[in-house]
Design a binder for this molecule. Structure first.
Ligand SMILES: [Zn+2]
Ligand SMILES: [Zn+2]
Length: 169
């Protein structure tokens, strides 16, 4: 996504772009369309971009192995200062960049791509309270109960029980 800044007046501007995830060079687990909204705030010395990204990713649940689509919403801010890259800001903040006076556009495609990637959750759950699979018979407990439900242990406690039996050994 390209933000043209050459003839941009000072003040706030709102941009929106919709397209296919492939245009952002995003592959699996991302799919379908992305939707990006950008607030561009321009002053004499700087341009601040507040970017909101909405994209869908296809995951397999860590607990029950069901496949599901997950809506990812990312927001980030990037500050572009006019001038040369000076030592003052070096390593200060990753969300700062410098623009030379001649710069006429900002390409935020790579930023969008990178923020989508870091927004993939570490734990992928089809729903917050996914019951997972019965650890004995493998039945998906979101769908129904199995005959071993009497001794069934809440999947969320299983790591603790494992730890407890380890400590006892
Ligand atoms: Zn699940
Ligand atoms: Zn069972």
């Amino acid at each position: 996504m390209i933000i043209k800044i050459s003839n941009l007046s000072e003040g706030e501007h709102y941009l929106n772009q919709v397209g296919k995830v492939e245009e952002l060079r995003l592959t699996e687990p991302f799919k379908g369309n992305y939707d990006v909204s950008v607030k561009v705030a321009k002053t004499h010395h700087q341009i601040v971009l507040d970017t909101s990204i909405s994209v869908v990713a296809h995951f397999e649940c860590d607990r029950c192995a069901e496949e599901f689509d997950h809506q990812i919403a990312v927001k980030y801010q990037m500050v572009y200062l006019f001038g040369e890259d000076k030592e003052i800001r070096e390593n200060d903040d990753a969300n700062f960049a410098y623009l030379s006076i001649e710069t006429d556009k900002i390409d935020i495609t790579k930023d969008i791509h990178d923020f989508c990637l870091i927004s993939i959750p570490l734990k992928k759950l089809c729903k917050e309270d996914c019951k997972g699979l019965c650890f004995k018979c493998g039945v998906n407990l979101n769908v129904g109960e199995c005959s071993c439900t009497k001794e069934e242990v809440d999947a969320r406690w299983q790591p603790l029980l494992d730890l407890k039996s380890k400590l006892n050994n």
